[in-house]
Write a new protein. Structure first.
Length: 130
């Protein structure tokens, strides 16, 4: 499952209005189409993803109340991965350096998880989505 799907599925659970809004704003964002997006479209996607991250952080208590802490944690991480992926396409000249930095960050995040079964389950998913 791609990062966008996880984030939108989470919003469908915790905030229907936000789900509809972000689903529309991110309709052209996918792993298959990212290379085809213009710089303007990538910047719009980045702005939407920044909005998502801010919304998740600002509404953590309410969203966790409608889901679980684990679901919230992964939705936020997947939003971060979406931002990383967008940044990679906006910074072609620094692609390799940024990719390695993001892989390191994501590996550290995975290693900090307290639940071994969750760590195994998401290990490759998080890494491969970049």
């Amino acid at each position: 499952m791609c990062s966008k799907s996880v984030v939108l599925k989470y919003y469908k659970t915790v905030n229907q209005d936000a789900f509809k809004n972000y689903e529309l704003k991110l309709e052209h964002v996918s792993n298959e189409k990212m290379r085809e997006l213009t710089t303007e479209q990538l910047n719009e996607a980045k702005q939407t993803i920044d909005e998502i991250i801010l919304d998740l952080q600002s509404n953590e208590a309410a969203y966790v109340g409608k889901s679980t802490k684990e679901m919230y944690t992964f939705a936020l991480q997947y939003a971060q991965i979406m931002k990383q992926r967008t940044q990679l396409f906006l910074n072609d000249k620094d692609y390799m350096q940024l990719r390695d930095e993001y892989l390191t960050d994501n590996m550290q995040w995975i290693m900090q998880l307290k639940q071994p079964e969750v760590t195994r389950k998401y290990f490759l998913t998080v890494i491969m989505d970049i």
